[in-house]
Design a protein around this ligand. Structure first.
Ligand code: SF4
Length: 73
């Protein structure tokens, strides 16, 4: 599975960080959430992280108000 975060769409509301701090953090540099240990896809500029356990990321997907977090299987 892969988590994909569309950084451009993120409005920095902080909900994903509040629900799932093991995977997400806010960064002051751009005021957005970032997916910890992810790699930036050079074509899409999305952050991507391979995972085996979805953990709290399902909740993060559900709460994100702009649907910029996806889990791809
Ligand atoms: S919940 Fe969505 S919009 Fe809010 S900070 Fe997280 S990724 Fe960004």
């Amino acid at each position: 599975m892969k988590i994909i975060h569309d950084l451009e769409k993120c409005i920095g509301c902080g909900s994903c960080v509040a629900l799932c701090p093991e995977y997400w953090e806010m960064r002051a540099e751009d005021g957005k959430a970032h997916l910890l240990n992810s790699k930036v896809n050079s074509e899409t500029n999305n952050e991507e992280l391979e995972i085996t356990d979805v953990a709290c990321n399902q909740e993060a997907v559900a709460i994100c108000p702009v649907q910029c977090i996806k889990i791809v299987k």
